[in-house]
Design a protein around this ligand. Structure first.
Ligand code: ADP
Length: 472
């Protein structure tokens, strides 16, 4: 199929397709009905005509049998429809009474003129099936029958009957009927076409509604939803999916604006501090030593801000599913060991003991998994007093692999626990972090189709569970 064909086919509207299908189906059904009706009518007419001929043959047979020597009644019957009625009669017929040598004994007047060459069935012994349809040279239609009329003592046929029934009038009636049906048929096709269009339009009403609502949706009107209560079942799921999609976009948009607010808020304080301290120093002449101190403190703040932008970038990038991910088989015990080695000196400064054990493999992104362990261990060291202990255990079974990090630090109160994975959430607002570390770990775990959980008792310590799906 060429591209142009494919395009023009797909451009036919659903309404037109429905109308066309409806009209086509109606034409097929109407044609079938018309054919069956026409067939039934001509069949019934033919049956009636045959019965008429059989009855006529019976009458003549009876007359020959009961009045073998009185031909007056027979003559009257053979004369057919009286001349006066002939023009208005539905059926006219002609009779030949012939002997066994086919010599005509008696004949309906005018018979010669109409049925001289009629091909009556020959050699009949019983008349039931000896019918024949015939058209004479004047175009008149006849139904012919031959029947034995009289037998000798040995049972041989000595007289035969030939009857021709003029069926031109009923045939013309059937033709007329077919013409009417054809005209009615054309009319109905037109009507069905209009009806089809109306039905298609009504059926597609909800889709048009959907298109109108879609057109009206803007960033400021994301809360609009489609009311699917009166929608047909076939379209309800489409309506639900659409509402779900808009819901998702609305949530993502809210998230984005909330995130932008939070970032602006977080940046405002350090930037204002930087501006304030620089303005104070510049307000009058100072010693070079004071300028140096300011630059050093500013540098520290710039570094913090740089870490913040790194973290924000990391979160933004990894919220796009599967972006920048490079999954390989990872030995968790090895990664835990690498991170612990990295933090060895930092922990030693506070005389904190780090213990790690266990084994298990996962499919994951090396840098992300190391970053998740780093963030949790960094917090554990940060929030554990001098001389504390941190345990890292890798636990593995058929369904999942856990890294459990337990510290005996300050702990977290129950009311704060649900919020610690939120972006920019800090329990102590004066803490040097940005409140992004755990949000990053949560994102990393979601990217690995895993989860993060925590349990904690204030004053006794915290335990974080990083759960990865089992390696497959
Ligand atoms: P930050 O980078 O500022 O530490 P996080 O997102 O890593 O932010 O942590 C959020 C908050 O959770 C921190 O402000 C801290 O109060 C609390 N927290 C995290 N880990 C621990 C822990 N091991 N012990 C006690 N509190 C913790």
């Amino acid at each position: 199929m060429s591209l142009r064909n494919a395009k023009s086919r797909s451009q036919i509207s659903i309404a037109n397709k429905l109308t066309f299908s409806f009209t086509a189906a109606s034409i097929i059904i109407l044609s079938l009905i018309a054919l069956v009706l026409s067939w039934a009518l001509s069949n019934m007419m033919l049956l009636a005509e045959k019965q008429y001929l059989i009855d006529e043959a019976h009458v003549i047979q009876e007359l020959l049998k009961n009045y073998p020597n009185d031909f007056s009644s027979l003559k009257q019957e053979v004369s057919g429809v009286p001349q006066a009625l002939k023009n208005n009669a539905t059926y006219t017929y002609y009779v030949n009474v012939i002997d066994k040598n086919e010599i005509i004994i008696m004949q309906t007047p005018d018979a010669k003129e109409h049925i001289a060459n009629a091909p009556f069935p020959k050699n009949v012994t019983a008349w039931q099936s000896h019918f024949r349809e015939w058209v004479n040279d004047k175009g008149q239609h006849y139904l012919l029958i031959s029947a034995p009329a009289k037998y000798d003592h040995q049972g041989n046929i000595i007289t035969n009957l030939q009857i021709a029934l003029n069926t031109s009038y009923p045939n013309a009636l059937i033709q007329k009927y077919r013409l009417y049906i054809a005209a009615f048929f054309v009319l109905l096709v037109g009507l069905f076409n209009i009806l089809g269009k109306l039905i298609a339009k009504k059926s597609l009403k909800r889709l048009y509604e959907l298109a109108t609502i879609t057109e009206q949706i803007t960033v400021s009107k994301l809360s609009d939803r489609i009311d699917t209560t009166r929608w047909p079942p076939e379209l309800t799921s489409l309506g639900h999916s659409f509402n779900k999609m808009i819901g998702g976009i609305e949530k993502a948009f809210d998230n984005l604006s909330q995130c932008t607010n939070e970032i602006a808020h977080e940046l405002r304080i350090p930037i204002n501090n930087l501006i304030g301290s620089t303005e104070i120093i510049l307000s009058r002449e100072r010693d070079p030593i004071e300028y140096k101190e300011l630059l050093c403190s500013n540098l520290e703040e710039f570094r913090r801000l740089s870490r913040l932008t790194d973290n924000i970038l990391f979160l933004a990038r990894n919220e796009m599913p599967n972006a920048f991910l490079h999954f390989t088989k990872l030995e968790l015990a090895k990664e835990v060991k690498t991170v612990c080695e990295f933090f060895k000196d930092f922990a030693a400064e506070k005389n904190i003991q780090i213990i790690y054990e266990g084994k298990g493999s996962v499919r994951g992104d090396l840098l992300l998994v190391q970053r998740a362990i780093t963030n949790i261990l960094n917090n554990a060291i940060k929030y554990t007093p001098e001389g504390g202990k941190i345990h890292l255990t890798v636990r593995s079974n058929h369904d999942f692999n856990d890294i459990i990090i337990t510290d005996n630090g300050v702990g977290i109160s129950q009311d704060k626990l649900p919020h610690i994975f939120d972006r920019f959430y800090k329990i102590d607002s004066k803490s040097t972090g940005w409140g992004l570390g755990l949000a990053i770990v949560k994102t990393i775990m979601e990217l690995h189709k895993g989860s993060i959980d925590v349990e904690s008792i204030p004053g006794e310590g915290s335990r974080f569970f990083l759960r990865f799906p089992a390696f497959q």
